[in-house]
Design a protein. Structure first.
Length: 128
């Protein structure tokens, strides 16, 4: 099995021993993206709406770097610190998805790195 790391400056640099994404066997596996500004590495301000928009922008950059789009995504996992944010995150997330939307899991968690309220990871098919 060959693994190829995907990296872009359009998403925050890894803050640990992991890759932004790994391409292998026709699939792309992204690391979870929090609402970190790629330029500063700091969590964006503005609440759950701003965080969700930044998370999805970061993921879009990682997908782009691999030659993928949201239409290639087959599975996502959303991690939420407060399940009361579900409806807000769901509405913003829905604007990025094409039909049929990917399979998805949403998990409530006790905490996320850097105090983030939402993190999303994705699995996509690689083109060609």
């Amino acid at each position: 099995m060959t693994r190829r790391a995907i990296s872009t400056t359009g998403a925050p640099a890894a803050i640990g021993p992991y890759s932004q994404a790994i391409a292998t066997e026709g699939l792309l596996f992204t690391a979870g993206q929090a609402a970190l500004d790629p330029a500063t590495g700091q969590l964006v301000e503005g609440g759950i709406e701003a965080e969700t928009e930044r998370v999805l922008a970061n993921l879009t950059s990682v997908l782009d770097a691999a030659g993928c789009s949201w239409g290639d995504v087959v599975k996502t996992t959303i991690f939420l610190v407060d399940m009361a944010d579900f409806a807000t995150v769901n509405a913003i997330y829905g604007r990025y998805m094409s039909d049929p939307p990917p399979a998805r899991s949403t998990v409530g968690v006790a905490a996320l790195p850097k105090g983030a309220r939402v993190e999303i990871e994705a699995v996509a098919r690689l083109r060609g």
